[in-house]
Design a protein around this ligand. Sequence first.
Ligand SMILES: [Zn+2]
Length: 385
Amino acid sequence: MTTIGDQQLVRRINRSVLLRLLRARPGLSRARLAAESGLTKSTVSLLVRELLEDGWLDEAGAAVADGLGRPSIPLQINDGVRALIGVEIAVEVVRVACVSLLGEVLHSESQPLHEHAPRAVCAQVARMVSAAHRHLLASGLRLSGIGVGVPGAVDDATGLVRFAPNFGWRSVSLLPELTEALAAVGVAGVNVQLQNDADAAALGEFEFSEGEGEDPLIFVSCDVGVGAGIVLNDRLFVGARGMAGEIGHTILQVDGPLCSCGRKGCAEAFLGSRVLERAANDAERAAAFLGVLLQNLWVTFEPRAIVVGGKSCQAHPAFLRRAIQTVQRYAESAGMPAPNVRGARFGEWAPAVGAAALALHEYLRPLHPNSEARRERAVRQLQSA
Ligand SMILES: [Zn+2]
């Protein structure tokens, strides 16, 4: 038996299919969307009307021939009605960006972060988001979602930060506290997503790419901490408990220098931005270690792209260049084509813009098999459909 809830889920999935097609290939007509999605023309017409009314889509000019019969009107994602807010809570700074549905940064602000107590962090984020929200409203835009990236392991179903060593956080229920702080400054009723910062940055590179996103894609963040976000099969791969991608603690040298985690010879002990600041003349060695790290990721995942960002790359422009040379030399030695490794498209704003992509991702991919709770819920809903 089909219930109202199932119908809504199916409609949401179908809407997301159309949005994804139009994000990758703007200008498709209703008839072309039906042909590409496998949905009936009448379903597509109905959903497109809804998406036009809700401000997700708009019509891109006059009707043109699309090779499927009568001339039809090209459709595109509407970036003039809705917008997103992305937040990065970094160890030393909070960054807030207003981002269009197409990944254009409309407004941005950063402030130093002095206090690491969760309540103080949430209050500061709420104040900054409130200011960004006012900016959106003044531009006539509607806030459609808030994403927040933090440097730690996150359970995205419950909004729990399991572990954020550079903040001294363990099992901090950050999302509920943040939602409360946002409500206190008048930002309520908006979907808020929490994720690890490198995961968010990976999603930003994936969702806001031109055309189809590169998949698999790995974002390597070399900041105070070193971590990676992995997009695999159209989704974030976060592991069983949200800890996947903690590549800062892969061991690059047996009995190497002591790491903040207590182990010796971790990647972070060579590449972390604070380590680089202390030993600036050792940047060449650090770049070689980054090259080794990238090489190991490459052979493990064979990604279409590895994107590298974070403070270490911003502060030392030669750092990534040398690391890429190292990876290229490994490829040459093995007679393989050079891997696709590049710098972050949004520079130091990658995690904040990526956090905005997180909010968008919720609409474009409504089923998250990564998260146990979401998966169980979705399976129950689909079984009864
Ligand atoms: Zn470590």
